[in-house]
Design a protein around this ligand. Structure first.
Ligand SMILES: [Zn+2]
Length: 472
């Protein structure tokens, strides 16, 4: 069960609608003739969608109402569906690229400032921008509406629904039977009223590893359960532990088994790249593909593990009646946190954790608030002293002033839990300002402890390592 699209209100007791998906409905392979017609349609559809994706990513802004431009044997209605899907793909590609480009510019500005001050670390390299490739659609995925694919309830008892799909042959739609599993039926049935929920008319058809899969969706109304002054539990997101809470618990990890699989996949990709280079030298035209099926499977697996971890966190009896706070991760901080992984799995996976937190909280009607993540892993949760030296290594937090020793992720999650509604931090324009606020709090703590100005901390050496390397 996955998310598709969501809306939310944010006051307690207020209902909002979320759209849930019924995934992994396998299309019956007994109908080979029909599925062949679907395959033929999908190939043409994929090529057409690709043309518009390229157009919308390069020369034009995405516009789902754009007049048809390309020649195609597809019907006008299918043509429109392709344009709409391409516009959606291009829109998210453009916005992801814009975020990355902004990040690059920020990093460059920071680098240039350091260069001017003479504080660039010896190992630091000037940030470089590598232009993104236009997305290439590899496997058929059709986001269809009622104009081209109709979902009808089955009248006889053997199947649950019929999908009536219009094909390349005009006036000859194919009718593909759909059978739901007990698991899907249970999800569709309201546990209280035993009524069967109404399915939305848009469907998704996707071919993966030679099998056609159908995704259906339905709307559900959720009410926010969290009371306004519910205690806040902070969530720190990471790789060693996917989720660490301020209640001191860890959920999910990029553990040994995943690491080993990841290593094998990397080695396989490297061998493949070598082979490609070798063949290319010899003038071979048709080179083996670089996309790795095992790599894709691994990404799916990691995402599954993340979903499970976030679920456990929300379902933990200790977290009943609480609200959550989580880090608003920037691309740069993700990159930093994900150093242990390779580029291939990096940002996509870490970004999946906050996405899941948002989705799970909406599904359960639990308040979850994104907070500023800057310095959450360097700030001491007792005295607010903020310094990279508080982190002798990845797992350990050891405060240079008050001596607090803690698991680094736990310390960070406590900081995160306190940042909900922190107006002083929200008013900060950049990281320097945030650090100044935190250090002011540290001074206040010292006063309170009667430590006055007799600072026991050692003077910090400057310019030893680049601040850009540690954004949180
Ligand atoms: Zn401290």
């Amino acid at each position: 069960m996955k998310k598709r699209r969501r809306r939310r209100g944010n006051q307690q007791g207020q209902p909002y609608t979320i759209t849930k998906a019924l995934t992994h409905i396998r299309l019956d392979e007994a109908n080979t003739g029909k599925l062949t017609a679907l395959d033929e349609l999908a190939q043409v559809y994929l090529a057409l969608t690709q043309q518009y994706v390229s157009l919308f990513c390069t020369t034009e802004l995405p516009n789902k109402l754009r007049d048809p431009l390309c020649q195609t044997p597809l019907s006008e209605r299918w043509h429109r569906v392709a344009i709409m899907q391409a516009a959606g793909i291009a829109k998210s590609w453009r916005s992801n690229r814009a975020v990355a480009y902004q990040q690059y510019q920020d990093e460059k500005a920071r680098y240039q400032k350091q260069q001017a001050n003479g504080t660039v670390a010896a190992k630091a390299k000037e940030p470089r921008w590598r232009e993104w490739n236009v997305p290439i659609l590899r496997e058929p995925c059709i986001q269809a509406n009622v104009n081209v694919v109709k979902l009808e309830e089955s009248q006889d008892s053997t199947y649950d629904y019929w999908l009536s799909i219009s094909t390349l042959e005009k006036g000859h739609p194919i009718a593909v039977p759909v059978k739901l599993s007990a698991y899907h039926k249970e999800a569709l049935t309201d546990p209280k009223t035993h009524e069967v929920k109404k399915l939305n008319s848009s469907v998704q058809l996707k071919k993966r590893d030679g099998v056609w899969w159908l995704t259906l969706s339905y709307d559900e109304e959720v009410t926010i359960q969290t009371v306004p002054d519910a205690p806040v539990v902070g969530i720190d997101v990471g790789i060693a532990n996917f989720v660490t809470t301020s209640t001191g618990k860890h959920y999910g990890a990029f553990h040994k088994d995943l690491r080993a699989r990841h290593k094998r996949d990397r080695a396989r990709r490297r061998r493949k790249a070598k082979l490609r280079a070798c063949l290319k030298k010899k003038g071979v035209k048709k080179l083996p593909s670089t996309s790795s099926r095992t790599g894709q499977r691994l990404i799916r697996h990691v995402k599954h593990e993340i979903n499970h971890a976030v679920n456990q966190c929300f379902a933990d009896p200790e977290h009943e009646g609480v609200q959550f706070a989580y880090e608003q991760l920037s691309v740069a901080s993700m990159r930093f946190k994900a150093r242990a992984q390779n580029a291939y799995l990096r940002a996509s996976n870490l970004g999946h954790i906050p996405q899941q937190i948002i989705w799970k909280s909406q599904k359960r009607g639990v308040q979850a608030t994104p907070v500023i993540s800057a310095y959450s892993s360097q700030e001491c949760s007792v005295c607010h002293y903020t310094d990279r030296k508080n982190r002798p290594n990845q797992q350990t937090f050891c405060c240079q002033v008050c001596g607090l020793e803690a698991h680094a992720d736990h310390n960070a999650s406590v900081n995160i839990s306190r940042r909900v509604g922190d107006k002083a931090l929200c008013a900060c324009r950049d990281r320097t300002a945030i650090k100044a606020v935190l250090m002011k709090r540290h001074e206040a703590w010292k006063q309170q402890q009667g430590m006055g100005n007799s600072s026991p901390m050692k003077r910090r050496r400057r310019g030893k390592s680049s601040p850009a390397a540690s954004p949180t």
